[in-house]
Design a protein around this ligand. Structure first.
Ligand SMILES: Cc1cc2nc3c(=O)[nH]c(=O)nc-3n(C[C@H](O)[C@H](O)[C@H](O)COP(=O)(O)OP(=O)(O)OC[C@H]3O[C@@H](n4cnc5c(N)ncnc54)[C@H](O)[C@@H]3O)c2cc1C
Ligand SMILES: C[S@@+](CC[C@H](N)C(=O)[O-])C[C@H]1O[C@@H](n2cnc3c(N)ncnc32)[C@H](O)[C@@H]1O
Length: 659
């Protein structure tokens, strides 16, 4: 993995930002806005194209080099000015050297006329780490997917179709590593039919290389000191060039649904509320069906959960998902009330044994200090405000969340109707509709259903075979004392304890694979107290936890829902027996890719299996699900979306001869 570094910016006397590494300017304060509008907006005909967008449709812009976000903000401003209220803008941009918050703020301060767009960007510019980072603006009308990393590493991971390319990046002569045939081939691979492209350079070899990649480029008058610029359209994959392989049929996108945009989401925990929010933001009418009397009453009813990042230094699919999910959740939380609904107090993961301490050293080498820092015992104690068992890793952007508040926020969209006391026991297919039945009554119907009922999804035949397990977990609620109020950050070892919310600390969480009973037990409270002992004997004393009669302790229990590979299960569902039949040949030769369309269960989707980290994975999974459904650019690398795909288990079963 490559460590992400921030842009090293120097400011000249006119206030222009210069890149130290590329010896080039990001933009000129005199002419920056005019240049962006001329080179990128005008040459891609965006005013006409935004105006022509029909209700519910969208335009996807792709960009190389996000820089200060000036191009993005200008495009958003134009979109806001001329697109219909229910059209959407999706902007995908790649950046190898993201600006620090203070540099971004300083750069954007130069454009008062963009303030209405720069402010929300700045408000969300947090937890921007390597990989795919999703931002949601203006109630979901504008989506930004920032790919943090080198363009040549990131674009090949992108699954999406770009309608208009902004080919930016410092001048070809100053940045020859970026302007390569490999880049142009990626722009072509991702180009939608009739995609357009423009760039500020008119350099001959760039024009020829883009032509060779499948674009038809022409020179056009420039602006200011740019005499000429280039604009073009994608005319097709060049003859004779090796076409990129399509996705394997079991991971290909189902044909997009046309017609009524209504969905039933079954289950109103973190996964269901996130799914409902992502669909509602895209104009879907959503019925959110919940068997309980309100949302977030099962696992997502925990009073305080932790934004706990169990990362790997080796860039596994899970680690990539965690980093992208953390960023997305962290940005959503900016909409909630700090102190009551969440707090960015930081999370300290203790190096509680030699193996963990060694793992933490590796992580500190693999990730930047903005994300995590190795801290010795005295430093850790200063951060936490109490005495601890050891030093560890500190995540300054982490914190705790009251999950019901996040669920409420996500379910608050006007397009979402929460239907409580609706226990769906059966799904029936009627024409192109799915009907949800509680036994006697048909509760509601729609062309799309998303199963978001954690392990309860196994009650439906379509998802009965998914290997989901329930693991009971219990937290202990401990009253804040004057001494425990010193705790100023979440501290985790095998368990976790959070600074108090509304006068109570949450201590958790026990693991029990056998019990089916959600009544809090004394045995699990004692387990939790043992976890606290391992975190800090000082805090045990400050809380008076050693003097409390365990039978008087209060708590909350719920079921985590876990898959064997610890990744969630998110995406379209296929008919399992037809799947096994269609791809039976894989049992003999795993390398075969039969040219048979996957037998999808049209309109049936799942978002489940969030284990012990739903706060980090569920909101982004809502975006992933909406991207599958609406044929949008995926908010995660293709490989990570495949690692979360519901078909992975049937596929593995076939390959291992166990299906
Ligand atoms: C004690 C404990 C501590 C935890 N701590 C953390 C933490 O610190 N950090 C973290 O990120 N995660 C934590 N988790 C995990 C996190 O809470 C879960 O990953 C997350 O809540 C899962 O959300 P969900 O929506 O998938 O499931 P749930 O919250 O269980 O929601 C499923 C919903 O579906 C409903 N439902 C099910 N079937 C049907 C049906 N057929 N019809 C109608 N409704 C139905 C249920 O009533 C329920 O409301 C913890 C979990 C527990 C139990
Ligand atoms: C001229 S600036 C872009 C200006 C930007 N579009 C704006 O609106 O402010 C060029 C950007 O490309 C980025 N960049 C350069 N080489 C890159 C690469 N190989 N991969 C990703 N980003 C790169 C730089 O870090 C810089 O932010």
């Amino acid at each position: 993995m490559t460590l992400i570094r921030h842009a090293n910016i120097e400011w000249d006397e006119q206030g222009n930002p210069h890149s130290h590494a590329f010896s080039d300017v990001y933009f000129a304060t005199q002419s920056g806005l005019d240049e962006t509008r001329h080179v990128f907006l005008k040459q891609n005909d965006l005013e006409q194209r935004f105006t022509a967008l029909t209700a519910g449709s969208r335009l996807v812009i792709g960009e190389t080099g996000f820089g200060t976000g000036l191009n993005f903000l200008c495009a958003w401003q134009l979109f806001a000015h001329c697109a219909k209220a229910d059209a959407r803008l999706h902007f995908v941009s790649v950046e190898k050297f993201p600006l620090t918050f203070s540099d971004l703020q300083r750069a954007l301060n130069l454009w008062p006329e963009l303030a209405a767009f720069a402010e929300p960007l700045l408000a969300q510019y947090v937890a921007v780490h390597e990989g795919f980072q999703r931002f949601v603006f203006d109630g979901g009308r504008v989506t930004l997917t920032l790919l943090i990393g080198d363009v040549l590493d990131m674009l090949p991971q992108l699954d999406g179709q770009i309608d208009a390319w902004f080919l930016d990046g410092f001048a070809p002569a100053k940045n020859p590593e970026m302007w390569t045939p490999e880049l142009f081939a990626e722009l072509a691979r991702l180009a939608a039919p009739d995609s357009t492209i423009s760039t500020f350079t008119s350099t001959g070899w760039v024009r020829r290389a883009l032509n060779a990649a499948g674009f038809k480029m022409k020179r056009t008058p420039g602006i200011g000191h740019k005499w000429e610029v280039l604009r073009g359209v994608f005319v097709g994959w060049p003859e004779g060039a090796v076409k990129p392989l399509p996705a394997k049929p079991w991971f290909a996108r189902p044909a997009p649904l046309t017609g009524q945009r209504k969905a039933l989401v079954i289950g109103a925990g973190l996964a269901g509320c996130a799914t409902a929010a992502s669909l509602a933001a895209r104009g879907w009418q959503v019925s959110l069906l919940e068997r309980r009397s309100g949302l977030a009453q099962e696992a997502s009813g925990n009073p305080q959960g932790v934004l706990y990042l169990k990362l790997s230094a080796h860039g596994t699919a899970l680690s990539q998902l965690i980093l992208s999910g953390f960023g997305h959740t962290r940005r959503l939380l900016e909409n909630l009330q700090r102190g009551l609904e969440w707090d960015a107090c930081g999370v300290l993961q203790l190096g509680f044994n030699d193996k963990e301490a060694e793992r933490q050293v590796q992580l500190a080498q693999a990730f930047s200090a903005d994300l995590l820092q190795l801290v010795d015992l005295p430093h850790a104690q200063t951060l936490a405000g109490i005495n601890l068992a050891s030093g560890g890793l500190f995540f300054p952007e982490g914190g705790w969340v009251h999950p019901p508040a996040l669920c409420r926020f996500q379910a608050s969209h006007l397009n979402i109707q929460l239907l409580t006391h609706c226990d769906v026991v059966e799904l029936r297919r009627d024409g192109n509709q799915w009907q949800a039945w509680d036994g006697e009554r048909m509760l509601d119907q729609a062309p799309v259903v998303v199963l978001a009922g954690a392990a309860e999804v196994k009650r439906f035949p379509a998802s009965a075979e998914l290997p989901l397990k329930r693991i009971r977990g219990q937290i202990t609620r401990l009253a804040e004392t004057p001494e425990s109020a010193a705790l100023s950050t979440v501290v985790c070892a095998e368990g976790y304890v959070a600074p108090a919310r509304s006068g109570e600390h949450t201590l958790g969480a026990s693991f029990n694979f056998k019990s089916d009973d959600l009544t809090p037990t004394v045995a699990d409270h004692l387990d939790n107290l043992q976890l606290l002992q391992e975190i800090s004997t000082d805090l045990v004393k400050r809380l008076g936890a050693d003097r409390m009669p365990p039978e008087e302790l209060l708590g909350f229990a719920g079921f985590r829902c876990t898959s064997p590979d610890y990744l969630p299960i998110v995406g379209p569902l296929a008919d399992r027996s037809a799947f096994v039949e269609a791809y039976a040949v894989l049992g003999k030769d795993a390398r075969q890719v039969p040219d048979i369309q996957c037998p999808w269960l049209e309109g049936l989707y799942i978002n489940s299996g969030h284990g012990s980290r739903g706060l980090i994975t569920a909101p982004l999974s809502g975006e992933l699900l909406a991207a599958w459904l609406d044929n949008e650019p995926l908010p995660l690398p293709r490989s990570v979306a495949e690692a979360c795909h519901p078909n992975r288990f049937a596929l593995r079963g076939l390959i291992r001869g166990k299906a």
